[in-house]
Design a protein around this ligand. Structure first.
Ligand code: MLT
Ligand code: ZN
Length: 483
């Protein structure tokens, strides 16, 4: 089938409003959020439901036309961007945007792929439940993409990552068949666990169209504090103290470097640091060494008599006395809680405004986070004088975003061209500490080159066989994940 005939056949399935071909309309779908990748596409397809989407995939399989599934387009690794050759069709999930069911007794939510994570959280809250997945891009990121990349985010320390929250999936397979695995069972040992194959597959094995997610009881009490600490070691010690008090209460434990908080205060309008002199922004370049760093701790409980505030005060008071914490501010209102979270959630945006940055989404054992930050900072500074390490992220689960900002006044294009040598330098430290080069962002287009080195031998072989078994024509998100 010619390209025009294929698009005509697709239009007959999805209707005129389900197919965008004007470059002015498709432009937003061909570039990633970080503006690292600029691709081309003949069309963006926007099916209204699973049946339409399955028919589109069937037509594309018959025509051997490659498809790039795209949710909120918030990938940090170019996972949802078409390549430059102009043949890949973008499959937007935006119109599959219904919450199909919420069951507060089963504590489950059945939801379509195009619902934003924020909208899903709100729907769960309206049913007096909690969808315990939270990421900085949740206002735009969609459920399908969140699952396809096995997103982690801020609450992994307590509830696990996206994978841990999935009970069932509905998936359109690369030949257009629909697999309806929307089960709501807590126990189900009927053969291979297929749903987990699609979670984290980044759209290379099929298209997730709906999911059954686990919910949790809605917290009745929440307490948030921002703490200034003198080092990542102190941050880890504080984490251990909270965990020792009540491991079930820590809902988020986030680390921020002084330089990263400085960028937020510099670039994000209205951002404020609710700490006095001792907790003022750290000296630029201080990441991993002496200098002020920050911790955001959030405690939450569904118990009515949780006593969280008292626990927070007790742990912080002792840590201040022991000089683990230099200064701390406890949120007294929802507005203060939001202001503290803003310092953390605007990190990526602030870094983008500061200049070019190379991202490393790594994980190491929690106990090794301080050592990792120290060693990786030193290795990068040895590689490139003036480079600025901006480590931040989910200390409570060992996932640090070890981002490197270009030297001040340097050429951004030159800096970005060094991305492989910077990533390889960081990952040498990650490997020495038994970590992973991709904790929660996925592989996308940015990192397939690393796969043979990290997941070589039997592991890469199995992955290739699975890909071939499910997608023998290689039409699903080509060029992503596997080299
Ligand atoms: C976050 O946790 O804010 C994002 O995953 C991180 C990033 O920008 O690297
Ligand atoms: Zn993150």
């Amino acid at each position: 089938m010619s390209g025009t005939k294929l698009l005509d056949a697709i239009r007959a399935v999805v209707g005129a409003r389900g197919l965008l071909t004007d470059p002015a309309d498709t432009a937003a779908y061909t570039q990633d959020w970080r503006r690292l990748y600029q691709g081309r596409t003949p069309a963006v397809i926007r099916p209204a439901d699973t049946a339409e989407l399955a028919e589109v995939v069937r037509l594309c399989a018959a025509a051997r036309a490659p498809l790039v599934p795209q949710g909120g387009n918030t990938s940090m690794v170019g996972g949802a961007t078409p390549d430059a050759d102009g043949s890949q069709l973008v499959l937007s999930m935006a119109r599959l945007n219904r919450v199909r069911a919420i069951d507060p007794i089963d504590l489950t939510m059945t939801i379509e792929a195009g619902v934003t994570l924020k909208a899903a959280q709100v729907a769960a809250a309206e049913a007096n439940c909690l969808l315990p997945l939270s990421i900085s891009s949740e206002g735009s990121a969609q459920i399908g993409g969140v699952l396809a990349t096995n997103a982690g985010g801020n609450n992994t320390v307590r509830y696990g990552n996206a994978r841990d929250l999935v009970l069932g999936l509905e998936v359109v397979l690369p030949d257009g068949q629909v697999w309806n695995g929307l089960r709501r069972l807590r126990k189900d040992n009927t053969g291979y666990c297929l749903r987990q194959l699609f979670v984290g597959s980044e759209g290379t094995l099929g298209v997730i169209t709906a999911a059954v997610l686990k919910l949790a009881p809605r917290p009745r009490e929440t307490a948030v504090a921002l703490c200034a600490v003198g080092s990542a070691e102190a941050a880890l010690e504080l984490f251990s103290r909270f965990q020792a008090h009540d491991p079930g209460a820590v809902q988020a434990f986030e680390f921020m470097s002084g330089i990263g908080v400085g960028f937020v205060l510099k670039h994000i309008e209205g951002a404020v640091l609710p700490l006095g002199q001792a907790g003022g922004p750290g000296r630029p370049g201080s990441a991993g060494q002496a200098g002020v760093q920050y911790v955001l701790v959030e405690l939450a409980t569904p118990r009515p008599d949780g006593g969280l505030r008292a626990m927070l005060e007790a742990v912080l008071e002792q840590a201040l006395g022991d000089e683990i914490v230099m200064d701390a501010a406890i949120a007294e209102s929802e507005a203060q809680r939001a202001a503290i979270w803003r310092l953390r959630e605007e990190h990526s945006e602030a870094q983008k405004r500061e200049g070019a940055s190379v991202k490393n989404d790594v994980s190491v054992p929690v106990s090794k986070v301080p050592e990792f930050i120290r060693r990786a900072t030193a290795a990068c500074e040895a590689l490139m004088p003036g480079i600025r390490a901006v480590p931040f992220g989910h200390l409570g689960d060992g996932n640090i975003h070890f981002n490197l900002e270009q030297p001040e006044g340097g050429d951004p294009a030159w800096f970005l061209a060094q991305d492989h040598s910077i990533m390889d330098t960081v990952n040498a430290v990650v490997r020495a500490l038994d970590g992973s080069f991709s904790a929660e962002h996925g592989i996308g287009r940015l990192k397939p080159y690393m796969m043979p080195d990290w997941r070589g031998g039997a592991e890469l072989g199995i992955m290739r066989q699975i890909k071939h078994a499910l997608d023998p024509l290689g039409i699903m998100n080509p060029g992503k994940v596997l080299p």
